[in-house]
Design a protein around this ligand. Structure first.
Ligand SMILES: Cc1cc2nc3c(=O)[nH]c(=O)nc-3n(C[C@H](O)[C@H](O)[C@H](O)COP(=O)(O)OP(=O)(O)OC[C@H]3O[C@@H](n4cnc5c(N)ncnc54)[C@H](O)[C@@H]3O)c2cc1C
Length: 394
């Protein structure tokens, strides 16, 4: 009997998980048929069918990327691999993970993988939902922000982030917001209206007076640093401070801290202090048998404090989870663990920096590339084009 594997979500974590579970990275249609006959696994993926390449969303600001370019219909990718797709939304997980309940049905499995992504602490600062936009909410919200900026001839724009550190690592989006600030500066200069705008950058998680390469890039662009600042609430036309005073802001682009979704909180999944899925070093959900997870929904066991949620980390974690699920389904104990690595290219259009840290001090790509060069933008675009080509056609 084939083992039934259910995968929830069709973001980075789930798609990397499939890549490593199936061994072969590329699946022309005839091979999918072979998989149906020979594979030990009967795989079902439950999701909305649309993959979003989030790392390209900041570039909406300079008009180089848009919704159509960053979204992929993932159903042909799944068909090529003979994976059954269920267009639905999971509302509950029962029986220690063996049963997944959706809006329209219920699915039994022998092993479960959860790649359900993050939720955001939108109630942390009142008014976040009503008065702020965020690249983290996806392409539609970012397009609204960009159209509002493009309609302005001048004004004040605040960009910022907050991190949820309750689980001992960086559950939030810092680098992406720095990137958005630098790209906004570039776009306004291109339009010849930069001198009519004030750009502020705020975060309660950065100490006032903090120095470093990113701060230098912001300062070079005359971005006003409000490090240490947290509004008490976002209101119409600006922000209200703790002392009741009002700060004018025509637009706010803000990334709240990351937490787990409603599904994490309202099912049999174990929840950490930070609201995420409690997960061990093998990618196993703590206390549940044959349930694995990776990506932005999953906490770590003893993480280094600097590690963020990233697509790159999702890849490293999904690889370990896939190996361990195969082992467990074959009656062996899990043994694959993962490295911790922060790796991302910050695109500023007229400059770029490779931000990097790793638990084993290995440099990115054997140090083949410079850490600061405009040419890194071409490299970043190549990674994106290759991955999207892989999802669309291979
Ligand atoms: C603006 C921005 C820029 C970024 N830049 C970079 C970068 O340069 N480099 C990098 O490595 N990372 C970057 N990231 C981070 C990266 O995008 C995330 O870490 C990554 O998307 C996490 O993958 P995931 O699969 O865990 O979550 P997601 O990609 O969010 O996917 C989650 C999936 O689960 C589905 N889902 C959720 N709940 C349910 C449910 N109940 N039932 C069914 N399906 C469900 C969703 O529809 C989605 O398909 C960036 C993020 C943003 C927002």
């Amino acid at each position: 009997m084939k083992k039934r594997i259910t995968i929830v979500g069709n973001g980075f974590a789930s798609l990397f998980f499939i890549q490593y579970l199936l061994h072969l990275p590329v699946w022309p249609y005839p091979l999918g048929l072979v998989r149906r006959i020979w594979s030990k696994y009967d795989i079902t993926l439950i999701g909305n069918g649309e993959f979003v390449y989030f790392p390209a969303i900041p570039e909406f600001i300079v008009g180089k990327k848009n919704r159509a370019g960053v979204c992929v219909d993932i159903r042909p990718f799944l068909r090529r691999r003979n994976i059954r797709f269920v267009d639905d939304f999971v509302t509950d997980i029962q029986d220690g993970g063996r049963r997944v309940v959706t809006r329209d049905g219920s699915y039994e499995n022998d092993a479960l993988f959860l790649g359900i992504g993050p939720d955001f602490l939108k109630d942390d600062i009142p008014g976040t939902r009503e008065y702020t936009h965020s690249p983290c909410y996806g392409p539609d919200d970012m397009e609204v922000f960009v159209s509002k900026v493009n309609a302005m001839e001048g004004g004040t724009v605040y960009l910022g982030f907050k991190i949820n550190r309750a689980d001992g690592f960086v559950a939030g989006r810092a680098g992406q917001m720095y990137e958005c600030a630098c790209l906004l500066d570039y776009a306004l200069r291109q339009r010849g209206v930069r001198d009519k705008f004030e750009i502020h950058f705020f975060s309660p998680n950065i100490e006032p007076g903090e120095t470093g390469a990113i701060t230098d890039r912001l300062s070079e662009r005359d971005i006003i640093l409000d490090y240490g600042y947290e509004p008490r609430e976002f209101v119409e036309g600006g922000m209200r401070d703790a002392d009741g005073s009002f700060r004018k802001a025509d637009l706010v682009l803000y990334s709240p801290g990351i937490t787990g979704s409603e599904l994490v909180k309202n099912s049999c999944l174990p929840v950490t202090k930070g609201g995420q899925i409690a997960t061990d070093r093998y990618g196993q959900v703590t206390g549940l048998d044959r349930v694995f997870t990776a990506g932005d929904c999953a906490a770590h066991e003893e993480p280094p404090p600097w590690v963020p949620h990233q697509a790159h980390m999702a890849q490293l974690r999904s690889e370990a989870a896939a190996k361990n699920m195969r082992a467990v389904l074959a009656g062996k104990p899990p043994s694959a663990t993962y490295r911790y690595e922060l790796s991302c290219i910050m695109n500023m259009e007229n400059d770029a920096m490779w931000m990097h840290m790793s638990s084993d001090n290995k440099p990115p790509f054997w140090n083949l590339f410079p850490r600061r060069s405009k040419k890194l933008i071409t490299l970043k675009n190549s990674f994106e084009n290759l991955y999207l080509f892989y999802l669309r056609y291979l």
